[in-house]
Design a protein around this ligand. Sequence first.
Ligand code: ADP
Length: 161
Amino acid sequence: MKKIAVYPGSFDPITNGHVDIIKRGLRMFDELIILIAYNPNKKTLFSVNERLAMIREVIKDCNNVRVDSFDGLLVDFVKGAGANVILRGLRALSDFEYEFQLALINRRLNREIETVFLMTGYKWFYTSSTIINEAASLGGSVKGLVPDIVNQKLLEKYACK
Ligand code: ADP
């Protein structure tokens, strides 16, 4: 049976920390689906379509990975995609409690689905979309922390503001 995992998140925007998890996840699973899990009422820097386009560009040379978006219950998407693993990345201790809660509620909602965690690469320990957005909004360079396409889009976004 094919091992398919779903890697959900906001990816607002995708960072090199996310890319690290994607590349390592691809070594563990036959197929990986990056899922932009969004709430239509929540304000984000990039629209879902902008985020989809950036991620598509980032993964264009990788096999067995695709990107999708969904605003419903995560376990429903996972089941519908024929997957049974949710992939998540762990950074600092501060991620732990939230990830623990998320994993437990998802397991309660569907016992067939397991959450698998990968520890962040040490280079990306402090990299989060929020910090990247904040630095970029104040004119700081985030080159090297995000894929080139994201750096370019951040520069464009904040040049217009
Ligand atoms: P959310 O929107 O759920 O807060 P994100 O979209 O930022 O999360 O990230 C999705 C997943 O990727 C989460 O499991 C998060 O912990 C993980 N992640 C985010 N940044 C990094 C990083 N620098 N290294 C490893 N994992 C990360």
